[in-house]
Design a protein around this ligand. Structure first.
Ligand SMILES: [Zn+2]
Length: 69
């Protein structure tokens, strides 16, 4: 049986349709890729990247537009 990496308790297997995952009933640990901890760093960089892309794209479109006409 699997042990919880957080509290070493016994993990439970949860089955949802044909998808099964393990979760710890003791501390709430769940073996799913979507967790609040790993995604904490992403929003900032995503936001930055998006803004940069948007700026570049806007510049490019303005350039192409003036070049075309
Ligand atoms: Zn646990």
């Amino acid at each position: 049986m699997d042990e919880c990496p957080r509290c070493q308790g016994s993990l439970e297997t949860l089955t949802l349709g044909n998808v099964s995952t393990i979760a710890c009933p003791h501390c709430g640990y769940a073996d799913i890729p979507v967790d609040h901890e790993p995604t904490r760093a992403t929003p900032e960089s995503w936001y930055e990247a998006f803004n940069r892309f948007y700026d570049q794209h806007a510049d490019e479109e303005a350039d192409t537009a003036s070049d075309d006409s």
